[in-house]
Design a protein around this ligand. Structure first.
Ligand SMILES: [Zn+2]
Length: 476
């Protein structure tokens, strides 16, 4: 039998193991996983000698700015940056223009994107004050989650601060089996700090201006609602040790809560990164070394479900304004994989390269696939799943240079950093979409979400308490 595509002679990465071998692809799906190529043949054959073979990465948190904010990023440039970074599926946030608060908006967004996307994609649904009732129309098989902003974001003036409205959101979400994703910082707390302090002009003062207290208080509020209704929640861009600890303890107590952090929270700390100036202005703020270490430890221990880039590009002109005026956010979908690989190798020298890659596919592929239940099609190298595949050679180093970046805004907080783990080839649905600077076809499709209810939060594979299968249990 001749396959459409064979990739062989590489190191296949699973969440709990690594094997030498390859995959055979037909009709865009993984049809065979093998150790030795032997007499298998394909119309196209790729020798992955020296490379890891990973499942295509899933970035659960991007802002590709389409529609309405395309001076910052277009879907084409954002998705080019994504595949150059090994990402084959993105979940886009709702704070575009118009704000994504109806199923019509979801359909319109899909129509804007078709024919321009190098990645497969899904959308988070937004909710606005006074429009909470619209959650009744959410089709849970067509949206990744409902995103709730508990504090302001200059692109999302849709903060839900009214206690009764929040109560209603958590109630509807629980009844409809909607996953809530949260920007969990408490608006009132931040306003208090804003009123008592001068506007910050550097990252150290900014961290005090947007303190961890706001995150801790917000998570406390969220947990009250979770306790009341049993709503499943996923907290985005967790930045501090205390928030991580609260969420892990809540999960241990049986609350259906998970969380993710960002590559920039894992890479930068406010003191050592003060030279970044406004490029490092983010929401939540970059915190300290101790927070960084706590977040890395949770990632290593499997207590964190996923990492999302929070790719939030702004033009250089917007970011070059005075510190207090410039918008928070940075681009990072292309840098995410190398930042995580390099950070793990640097901070955990006792881990083997194979172990590092297992952690990577857990937080960047299987974790988000299981949490968002992306139609059982993605997130693993498994027979029958979409042939989304990334090739990475850890011997290649990459000094981040703006001219290598594909995002429209053309700047990076990581400029000048020397990173390992830059992919050299990305395949989506069996087609090469990125090959050392060359791009394939922008024919990515919208994904569906299989939101059937599960027996218990503990059975969900991305839950910290899911039993890890014994090593070697994957049959090939
Ligand atoms: Zn965001």
């Amino acid at each position: 039998m001749i396959f459409d595509l064979i990739i062989y002679n590489g190191r296949l990465v699973f969440p709990d193991n690594v094997f030498m071998g390859g995959v055979a692809v037909n009709n865009g799906k993984i049809e065979k996983i093998f150790q030795h190529k032997d007499n298998l043949s394909g119309l196209k054959e790729i020798d992955a000698k020296g490379s890891y073979i990973l499942p295509g990465l899933i970035d659960s948190h991007v802002h590709f700015r389409t529609p309405g904010l395309t001076h910052k990023e277009t879907w084409k440039t954002g998705s080019q940056a994504a595949v150059a970074g090994g990402v084959t599926t993105v979940l886009d946030m709702p704070n575009t223009n118009p704000y994504t608060t109806s199923m019509d908006h979801i359909n319109d967004k899909e129509n804007c994107i078709i024919g321009q996307s190098f990645v497969d994609f899904g959308f988070h649904f937004g909710v606005e004050p006074k429009n909470v009732f619209r959650l009744h129309e959410v089709d849970i098989n067509s949206v990744a989650s409902v995103k709730v902003f508990l504090t302001g974001h200059h692109t999302a003036k849709n903060v839900i601060s009214d206690q009764d409205e929040l109560d209603e959101i958590f109630k509807i979400a629980a009844n409809k089996n909607i996953l809530l994703t949260l920007h969990a910082e408490d608006e009132a707390t931040l306003n208090l700090f804003r009123s008592l302090q001068h506007p910050p002009t550097n990252l150290i003062d900014y961290e005090k201006h947007l303190p961890r207290t706001a995150g801790i208080i917000a998570i406390g509020r969220v947990l009250e609602f979770v306790r009341k209704y049993g709503t499943q929640v996923h907290v985005l861009h967790v930045s501090s040790a205390e928030e991580a600890e609260l969420l892990e303890l809540a999960a241990l107590a049986g609350y259906p809560v998970t969380y993710e952090t960002t590559p920039h929270q894992l890479w930068f700390d406010a003191h050592e990164s003060v030279h970044l100036g406004s490029k490092g202005k983010l929401s939540p703020a970059i915190r300290n070394k101790e927070d960084q270490f706590r977040l890395w430890s949770s990632l290593i221990e499997g207590l964190m479900t996923s990492v999302g880039s929070d790719h939030a590009p702004h033009t250089a002109e917007e970011k070059n304004q005075a510190f207090e005026k410039c918008p928070p956010g940075l681009p990072g979908v292309q840098e995410m994989l190398p930042v995580l690989v390099t950070g793990l190798l640097k901070n955990f020298p006792s881990l083997t390269q194979d172990e590092v890659m297992c952690k990577i596919v857990t937080v960047l592929a299987s974790g988000p696939a299981d949490l968002f239940r992306i139609d059982n099609k993605k997130g693993r190298l498994e027979i029958g799943l979409d042939a989304d595949i990334v090739l990475v050679d850890l011997n290649n180093q990459w000094e981040v240079r703006v001219e290598d970046l594909y995002g429209l805004c053309q700047w990076s907080a990581y400029e000048g950093e020397v990173l390992k783990g830059k992919p050299h080839m990305t395949i989506r649905g069996g087609q090469i979409v990125y090959d050392n600077g060359e791009f394939g076809n922008p024919d990515g499709k919208m994904v569906n979400f299989t939101k059937k209810s599960y027996l218990s939060f503990r059975d969900l594979t991305c839950s910290p308490f899911h039993r890890i299968l014994p090593k070697g249990s994957i049959s090939i």
